[in-house]
Structures are given as structure tokens and as C-alpha cells.
Write a protein that binds this ligand. Structure first.
Ligand code: ADP
Ligand code: MG
Length: 228
């Protein structure tokens, strides 16, 4: 009976994940399908068609993001951990995220010391977690004029600290307290999985994460990791 209970519990959890995944992937699919039908009908102006294609591309990117968020949740953390160069990982992710920032009229600034900073971690997880913070910072700025996201790094005795700062919407105390909880999202198109993954990945590296925020003026995330 006990075994059956455990199995039912697992099936229940899998069903829940499958249901929310299906729900989230269906929305962008419906959008893209609608646009393809409009384009096929051949009754739209050139500009409109281009706009439909741009939105469709964005929606497909979003679907990829949703799938990768879900997949990273199902992997054990820290497998294949090795010494990795943190600054080169930060630089790579900044480069990858720059078009996303530009597309949303957000200026993305990076300021790193000329140093090699080695930490112990899994390279893919490290990139994914940095990307989650940058992506959230950019998304927090979408409605803001003169939007700025900056990322910087400080070397301290025995540890390294990097900071992701934005002048976006900010969060109140209640919202701050929910960061990292699974499925917590205030976005209509969010998964609420990005920070859950990031917080767990940071903890698995014996690191810490701190968030300071002010509604209407912005947010600073400070991630501390032990030096390898
Ligand atoms: P998602 O981005 O899919 O909503 P995340 O786990 O990445 O999920 O983030 C959870 C929530 O935390 C967001 O929906 C948002 O409310 C809040 N949040 C995260 N980063 C920021 C930020 N830089 N500024 C304001 N709110 C943020
Ligand atoms: Mg996110």
C-alpha cells in the first residue's frame, strides 16, 4: 500500500508538471498558428506581415525558454562540477543577452575586473543562472524609460560577489519573500521557474543570494560564491 502511495504521488507530480507545461506551450503555439493563418490569407500589408513574423519568432524563442526552464528543473544539480572561470561565463551571457536588452530598449552594462576568478560549478548551470537574473532584470525594465541593467563583480577574501542591478519595477517585501518559490511569477507569460532553479543551483555551490528592492526604483541581486 505504501509503495502504491509513493507511486501515486509521483504520478500526481508528473501530471501536474505536464499540465502546466502543456498550458504554457499552448499559448505561444496558438499565437503563431493565428499569425501563420493571417499571413497565408494574403490580405495583409507588407509591414503587418513583417510584424506578425517578428512576433512569431519571439513566441518561438519564448517556447524554447519555457522548455529549457522545465528541463533544467528536472536535472540533478552540480553533476560534472569543475573549476570554471566566472568572469568569462558572465561575459558570454552578457553577449548572449545584449540583443534581448536592445530589443526592449534596455541599456546593458558590464563592469568586470581584469582577473581570472575560478569557482567550482557546472558550466551550463552557471550560464543558465546568470541568464535568469539578467533576463528578469531586463524584463523588470520594460515599462521604464532610461532603462538600465548593470552587472559587476567584486573579489573578496575567499569569495566572489557579482551583482545584477536594474532600475525597473522593483518589488515589495511580500514579493521579495516569495523569490525562489516554485511557480511564483507575476508575469502573464512567466514560468516562475527561473529563480527556483537559480537559487537551488547557487545553494548547491555553497553560495548565497540576496535581493534588495524598492517598488518603482529597482532591484539589486547579489550572488556570493566561494572561490575555488
Ligand atoms: P518568471 O521570470 O518566469 O516570472 P522567475 O523565477 O525568473 O520567473 O522570477 C519570479 C518572479 O520574481 C518574477 O515573476 C518577478 O515577479 C520577480 N522578479 C525577479 N527578478 C526581478 C527583478 N529584477 N525585478 C522585479 N521583479 C523581479
Ligand atoms: Mg525569469
Amino acid at each position: 500500500l505504501y509503495l502504491k502511495f509513493i507511486q501515486n504521488d509521483k504520478v500526481e507530480a508528473i501530471n501536474q508538471v505536464a499540465a502546466s507545461l502543456a498550458h504554457e506551450v499552448r499559448n505561444p503555439l496558438t499565437t503563431v498558428l493565428g499569425f501563420l493563418k493571417l499571413i497565408r490569407a494574403n490580405a495583409q500589408s507588407r509591414e503587418k506581415i513583417e510584424r506578425f513574423i517578428d512576433i512569431s519568432i519571439e513566441e518561438i524563442h519564448r517556447t524554447e525558454q519555457i522548455l529549457s526552464d522545465y528541463l533544467s528543473m528536472n536535472k540533478p544539480l552540480g553533476v560534472g562540477r569543475q573549476q570554471i572561470d566566472l568572469i568569462s561565463h558572465l561575459k558570454t551571457v552578457v553577449e548572449v543577452m545584449t540583443p534581448y536588452a536592445t530589443m526592449h530598449n534596455v541599456s546593458l552594462q558590464a563592469d568586470f575586473p581584469a582577473a581570472v576568478v575560478m569557482v567550482s560549478g557546472n558550466s551550463t548551470e552557471m550560464k543558465q543562472l546568470i541568464m535568469n537574473f539578467l533576463k528578469n532584470a531586463i524584463e523588470a525594465c520594460i515599462e521604464v524609460s532610461n532603462a538600465q541593467v548593470s552587472i559587476s563583480l567584486k573579489i573578496l577574501p575567499g569569495q566572489v560577489q557579482f551583482e545584477v542591478r536594474d532600475n525597473g519595477v522593483g518589488m515589495n517585501t511580500e514579493q521579495l519573500s516569495r523569490l525562489g518559490s516554485i511557480y511564483y511569477s507575476t508575469k502573464s507569460t512567466g514560468t516562475g521557474l527561473g529563480l527556483t532553479f537559480s537559487y537551488q543551483a547557487i545553494r548547491s555551490m555553497q553560495g548565497t543570494v540576496k535581493a534588495q528592492s524598492e517598488p518603482g526604483s529597482g532591484t539589486v541581486f547579489t550572488i556570493s560564491l566561494p572561490l575555488a
